[in-house]
Design a protein around this ligand. Structure first.
Ligand code: AMO
Length: 416
């Protein structure tokens, strides 16, 4: 005897049989509970069940039964544990199709859909494998403040709020704190929300997104950081390809563990490749979305889905990145034409760091708490921020980043 719990997603009566399509609590496959008219009392219970009812069914699985859809379950007891007070507003199995708005508005119901469920199972596994890899490399998980007293690190707008009469900001990334930690704990990672106040209307931006941030000290160069990042991505994809087969199948996605090392292409080469395709960028500007996408197509033709863009002009990068003449010791990691991570070697020398800040027009006084950590033997260090939703979006070929987070925060959405 087995027990399954879940929700009634569809019900059909055919002569003396009621077919109940049950979405089980956590599996990706609906079950068909087949109730025959007899004297057991099950018929009366089954007749009253509504779409959306939460039920507990005892019985056993039947192989080669009469149902044409899904695995069949022969019940000996059915208990309705929650009866919907209103009719269900969406069809979780998408027979009628659903817009992105509806998908998000009724996320909690849409999680009964195997594809939606698969995305969030893969998201959870992705974080688990990221932890596994970073821990095995000797990184310690840390948690830094999200309520901050100093402003932006540059490059993104911050949310401002009132903190007992003082101005505070929501952290746009753990950048400053993870760097400060290098003075005492030189291998850390954090899985953390980023809050960014930009008024984006794109398929790739959220106002609350999640990052896997890592920072390591005593590096010999930026290559050490890239090796860590490609090792991490390759481990995550490798584990998912082995252990999330059912979820990937549900989404129609094939994942191959990528070959290490990833392709490296310089910023100058990127500009040249794009120019050959008729897309001209000013040297020094960050890649536009169109440029990223086009580059994705060019690289795909060459056989690369994942590639680093290295040697960015310093003017396109934030103050904490180490300069190298007009260039910088930084990189972006793109996956199928989308930036999923960025990072680099940091400026660890106090005086140089101050120069960088002044050059970027920042007020050095605002960063006193951060700069202080650079006075007492700050080792050469570097790290990266990897966007969780962006990685999922590219990996699973999702058309919108909002599909990769349970309750997206964007310019229109603060609820649910
Ligand atoms: P960056 O600003 O490039 O770098 O962010 C790192 C990665 O986070 C993801 N990301 C976002 N995803 C969705 N919506 C957004 N609004 C959004 N903003 C960022 C992207 C991006 O590549 N401190 C540096 C990292 C470092 O150098 O360690 C930083 O924040 O995938």
């Amino acid at each position: 005897m087995e027990e399954v719990v879940g929700w009634v997603n569809a019900k059909r009566k055919l002569g003396g049989i009621i077919f109940i399509e049950l979405i089980p609590r956590s599996s990706l496959k609906p079950l068909t509970v087949v109730v025959k008219r007899d004297n057991s009392g099950l018929w009366e219970v089954a007749k009253k069940l509504k779409l959306g009812s939460a039920i507990r069914v005892k019985g056993e699985k039947v192989s080669g039964g009469i149902s044409k859809r899904g695995e069949e379950f022969k019940p000996s007891e059915i208990v309705e544990v929650a009866c919907p007070s209103e009719s269900i507003p969406v069809d979780p199995l998408l027979k009628a199709g659903v817009t992105l708005d509806t998908l998000i508005r009724y996320r909690y119901l849409m999680l009964r859909n195997p594809k939606v469920r698969a995305v969030f199972k893969i998201r959870a596994l992705l974080l688990k494998y990221a932890r596994e890899y970073l821990e095995s490399e000797g990184f310690l998980e840390v948690n830094t403040p999200k309520l901050c007293g100093a402003g932006a690190e540059g490059g993104a707008e911050v949310f401002e709020l009132d903190y007992f009469g003082r101005k505070a900001y929501l952290a746009q990334s753990p950048q400053l704190y993870k760097q400060m930690l290098m003075a005492g704990l030189p291998k850390v990672y954090e899985i953390t929300p980023y809050f960014r106040a930009e008024k984006h209307h794109t398929t790739r931006h959220l106002n609350e997104s999640w990052g896997i941030d890592a920072e390591m000290g005593f590096i010999r160069g930026v290559d050490d950081v890239m090796r860590l990042l490609e090792g991490l991505i390759s481990y995550i994809l490798g584990e998912l390809s082995k252990k999330a087969k059912e979820e990937l199948n549900a989404l129609g996605v094939e994942v191959e563990p990528p070959v290490i090392p990833f392709k490296r292409v310089t910023y100058d080469e990127v500009l040249k490749l794009l120019k050959e395709e008729g897309l001209v960028l000013r040297w020094g500007e960050d890649l536009t979305h169109e440029a990223e996408r086009k580059l994705g197509e060019i690289m795909k033709e060459k056989g690369y889905e994942l590639y680093f863009i290295i040697n960015y002009p310093w003017e396109a990068k934030p103050f904490y990145i180490m300069k190298e003449g007009r260039l910088s010791k930084s990189f972006d990691l793109d996956y199928k034409g989308l930036e999923i991570a960025s990072g680099g070697q940091r400026e660890h020398r106090f005086n140089e760091l101050i120069k960088n800040m002044r050059e970027k027009g920042l007020n050095v006084e605002d960063f006193g708490f951060y700069l202080e950590a650079f006075k007492y033997g700050m080792p050469p260090h570097g790290g990266f921020g990897l966007g969780v939703e962006r990685l999922l979006m590219s990996l699973l070929n999702l058309s919108n980043v909002r599909e990769a987070i349970l309750f997206p925060r964007d310019i229109q959405r603060l609820i649910p």
